[in-house]
Design a protein around this ligand. Structure first.
Ligand code: PAF
Length: 282
C-alpha cells in the first residue's frame, strides 16, 4: 500500500490507472477506523482493480463550535487496517493541501440538506459535497462506497452525482452495529462508560418504532412521539436534536406513512452527537 499526502500525486496515479483501463474503488473516510469503515473496504476491494482509501478530517464540514480539533485519530493503526483490507493507496492529506487559501468554490444540494442534520449543521453538507467532489476529481473512481448511518449524506451524494453527471457508481452500505445495537461511529469514543451503557437505547427505540409502523400505525407524529418517549426513558442523559420521519430519497418530512419511510434521529450525549436511522419498508 502506498501512502500519499499530495493531491497531485494521487490524481496522476489514478489517471494513469484509468488510462490503463483499470477500475478504481473509493472509500472516503475521516479515519479512526471501526468495523463500519472496514466493511466498506471489504465491499469495494473485490469489485475494483485498485482501491483508494482516503483519510481526511475535512475542516469545511465542521461548524465553529464542533469537534474538528478533537476528532479522534490514529493514523498508524488506520494505515495498518487499510493495508490489511486491501487498499492500494491511503490518501491522507493536510488541510492546506486540499484547500487553497483562496478556495471559493462550493457544491451544494440545498433541497436535501435543509432538514435533519442540516438544521443544526447548516454548512455541513456543503463541506461534504465539496470535499467528496474534490475526492472524485482526484481519484476518478468507478465506484465509491458510503455508509447508511449517514443516510442524509448518502442521499445528497447520490443526488449530486446524478445532477452533475459524475461518472461514478454510488454504493450505500448497511450500518454496522455493536453487539448491543449501537451504530458504530468514530465519535462513540467520546462516550463515558455510563453514556455508552444506555446509548443502544437509540437503536432499540427505532426498532420499536419500525414494529409500530409495520403493525399499522401511519401517523408520523404518533411514531415520532413514541420514539421520543422511548429515548427519554432509556437514554436519560441524551437530548434529542431531532426525531424525524422523512422520505428516504428526498429527505422530505412525512405526515402520513403510506410507503417506505426513514426514521432518523440525532441525540446529544455529553461530548457526542449520535445519529442513527431505520429504513422502514412499508
Ligand atoms: O462520512 C464521512 O466520513 C465524511 O463525511 C466524508 C464522506 C469522508 C467526507 O468528508
Amino acid at each position: 500500500m502506498r501512502k500519499i499526502t499530495d493531491p497531485k500525486e494521487l490524481q496522476e496515479l489514478c489517471l494513469e490507472w484509468r488510462r490503463q483501463g483499470m477500475s478504481i474503488g473509493l472509500v472516503p473516510t475521516m479515519g479512526f477506523f471501526h468495523a463500519g469503515h472496514l466493511s466498506l473496504m471489504d465491499h469495494v476491494h473485490p469489485l475494483c482493480d485498485r482501491m483508494v482509501v482516503t483519510l481526511f478530517v475535512n475542516p469545511t464540514q465542521f461548524g465553529p463550535s464542533e469537534d474538528l480539533n478533537s476528532y479522534p485519530h490514529d493514523l498508524e493503526n488506520d494505515a495498518r487496517l487499510a493495508e490489511k483490507h486491501g487498499a492500494d493507496i491511503l490518501f491522507a492529506p493536510e488541510a492546506d493541501a486540499m484547500y487553497n487559501p483562496d478556495h471559493a468554490t462550493w457544491v451544494q444540494v440545498p433541497e436535501l440538506a435543509r432538514g435533519l442534520c442540516g438544521r443544526t449543521r447548516p454548512d455541513h453538507f456543503q463541506g461534504v459535497c465539496t470535499v467528496v467532489t474534490k475526492l472524485f476529481m482526484l481519484t476518478q473512481p468507478t465506484l465509491a462506497a458510503f455508509g447508511q448511518k449517514d443516510w442524509q449524506q448518502l442521499a445528497i451524494i447520490r443526488r449530486m452525482v446524478q445532477d452533475l453527471n459524475i461518472p461514478v457508481e454510488i454504493h450505500g452500505r448497511p450500518i454496522v452495529r455493536e453487539a448491543d445495537g449501537l451504530a458504530m461511529s468514530s465519535r462513540n469514543a467520546y462516550l463515558t462508560e455510563e453514556e455508552r451503557a444506555c446509548a443502544p437505547g437509540i437503536h432499540a427505540a427505532l426498532k420499536a418504532a419500525e414494529k409500530l409502523v409495520l403493525e399499522g400505525e401511519c401517523n408520523a407524529e404518533t411514531v415520532k412521539n413514541f420514539i421520543r418517549t422511548r429515548i427519554t426513558e432509556s437514554v436519560p442523559m441524551g437530548r434529542a436534536d431531532y426525531i424525524e420521519l422523512v422520505t428516504p430519497d428526498g429527505i422530505k418530512p412525512v405526515e402520513s406513512i403510506s410507503g417506505p419511510v426513514l426514521a432518523a434521529v440525532a441525540v446529544y450525549m455529553g461530548k457526542a452527537r449520535l445519529i442513527d436511522n431505520q429504513y422502514i419498508e412499508v
